[in-house]
Design a binder for this molecule. Structure first.
Ligand SMILES: Nc1ncnc2c1ncn2[C@@H]1O[C@H](COP(=O)(O)OP(=O)(O)O)[C@@H](O)[C@H]1O
Ligand SMILES: O=P(O)(O)OC[C@H](O)CO
Length: 504
């Protein structure tokens, strides 16, 4: 009897396997972190073979923890950190280079050069919905082909293939060099800069300009259909893999933001707010991305506006790993609670430049407003407040684009256990912040996509029914303080601009 659906969540910091029951509740979880590799300032890489090894282990682990076997699982969904780019040999299964992570800024010059061909940052936006930025996969693939010896020749000969982490995991789960399926879905493809948002096909002209052979690119299928079955050796052997969604789109689906106007904000390594715009593709006038939200089987494509913020939870990690100021992420809340406010300090974590709504790759991080008064507690507050201020900027942009101010905000992700942050977020937005019972909405969304494809769930109404509220934070800050704090933040942001120049 297949009573469950599994999801593989291949995230920036870890890989998880989660098993859900029909009510969309978590039955078991297994999780493994992987190494964050920083070879140079601004470079961020992952070892894709380590990630695949972790994927196999967590799949086996989650089944064992729930005392289940593959026969109990109706389908598997895959969700993943988006944009992170990998090129590997289709015969050996070996990557030619580490995966270049979405946060990596090494493609700055490639991006500037492409912009200089005419049209600047907006060169491709009308077709792909994205500004030219180091964030997306296309320039990362170009970097690999330009810089790894022999890669371009091999790619042109058809020996190398590209994938984001969804494709890497799917290809390996379905057999790797031995019959692995080379497929992605439109949510992931819409983050490469290479997919036409209307046709959901690769754009030959843009791929040509970036020097990327089309033969490297995976086939784009829907987000919810059977792509293949797990290879015989796997813990989930024989189970259909039937859903793929980029992690932020998966969280939007898992949060039941299924109607135009519904939005969620996920607080993980970075923050990503997505507003469902229905079958209408809205082009932002305010620094947001236009992206595919999901495409369920043969249904119409649903689009979203997205505000992506590069550094939120990873700033807490930085405090822990680089400064040793805390030993666990949770400790930051204790320090922040030791003081009344930020003591005048603002921390703008422009470690990968600034994403939405600025798209400034020349920005770098800054702490401003420092005096002898500022202590560890104030800095801890400034770190948490940075997440909330950046989210306010994105929400302001979304309100301006949609013309309909958001009345409340659904939240999820690793940081939303932080009560001080959630209260400050409600305060700085001036609207309630709502956390669902199942906070693992990313994995849940991928499970829903897979479960819908095999008939485990019948329709999107099942998703709406399963969603339940856990906690709500209401704004308690008076408006004049809210606006003063926000003005200070905006001023702090301007101090990070123009830091990196051509010579750097
Ligand atoms: N109590 C906490 N307070 C603040 N940040 C936290 C807390 N717990 C975890 N985090 C942050 O949340 C992030 C992990 O969230 P998660 O959603 O698992 O990330 P991802 O999916 O991006 O790998 C980490 O960056 C971590 O620093
Ligand atoms: O792995 P996460 O949750 O930090 O998400 C990463 C995003 O998909 C990057 O666009």
């Amino acid at each position: 009897m297949t009573s469950y659906v599994a999801a593989i969540d291949q995230g920036t910091t870890s890989t998880r396997c989660m098993i859900f029951n029909h009510e969309g509740r978590v039955v078991s979880v297994d999780q493994r972190e992987h190494e964050q590799i920083f070879p140079k300032a601004g470079w961020v890489e992952h070892n894709a073979e380590e990630i695949w090894e972790n994927t196999r282990r967590v799949a086996a682990g989650a089944l064992a923890k729930a005392d289940l076997t593959a026969r109990d699982i109706a389908a598997v969904g895959i969700t993943n950190q988006r944009e992170t780019a990998l090129v590997w040999d289709r015969r050996t299964g070996k990557p030619v280079y580490n995966a270049i992570v979405w946060q990596d800024t090494r493609t700055d010059k490639i991006v500037t050069d492409l912009g200089n061909l005419g049209g600047g940052q907006e060169r491709y936006r009308a077709k792909v919905g994205l500004p030219l930025a180091t964030y997306f996969s296309g320039p990362k693939i170009k970097w690999i082909l330009d810089n790894v010896e022999g890669a371009r020749e091999k790619a042109e000969a058809g020996d190398l293939i590209f994938g984001n982490m969804d494709t890497w995991v799917l290809w390996n789960m379905t057999g790797g060099p031995d019959g692995g399926v080379h497929v992605t879905d439109p949510t992931n493809a819409s983050r490469t800069m290479l997919m036409d948002l209307d046709t959901l096909q690769w754009d030959a002209e843009i791929a040509g300009e970036m020097g990327i052979p089309l033969s490297m690119l995976p086939e784009i299928r829907s987000s919810s259909e059977e792509y293949g079955k797990v290879r015989e050796k796997g813990a989930l052997a024989g189970v259909p893999i039937a859903g793929i969604l980029g992690d932020q789109q998966a969280a939007t689906f898992g949060q039941a933001c299924l109607s135009p106007g519904e939005a969620k904000n996920t607080y993980g390594t970075g923050n990503f707010m997505l507003l469902n715009t229905g079958t209408e593709k809205v082009m932002s006038q305010n620094g947001l991305l236009t992206t595919v939200c999901y495409k369920i089987g043969s249904n119409d494509t649903v689009y979203a506006l997205e505000g992506s913020i590069a550094v939120t939870g990873s700033l807490v990690q930085w405090l822990r790993d680089n400064l040793g100021m805390i030993t666990t992420a949770a400790e930051i809340e204790e320090h922040a609670r030791s003081v009344e406010d930020n003591g005048g300090a603002y921390f703008v974590p422009a470690f990968s430049g600034l994403f939405a709504p600025y798209w400034r790759s020349d920005a770098r991080g800054a702490i401003v407003g420092l005096t002898r008064f500022v202590n560890k507690g104030h800095l801890a507050r400034a770190v948490l407040e940075a997440t909330a201020f950046q989210s306010r900027e994105v929400i302001d942009a979304m309100n301006a684009d949609s013309g309909v101010p958001l009345k409340s905000l659904k939240v999820d992700g690793g940081m939303v256990v932080n009560e001080l942050l959630m209260q400050f977020q409600a305060d700085i937005l001036g609207v309630p912040v709502i956390r669902p019972v199942v906070n693992e909405t990313t994995a849940l969304g991928a499970a829903y996509a897979a479960g819908l494809a095999v008939g485990f769930w019948k329709s999107e109404d099942d998703i709406r029914t399963n969603w339940a509220q856990d906690k709500q934070w209401d704004p308690a800050m008076d408006e004049s303080r809210r606006e003063r704090e926000y003005r200070n933040w905006k001023k702090a942001v301007t101090k990070t601009f123009d830091w990196v120049s051509e010579e750097d």
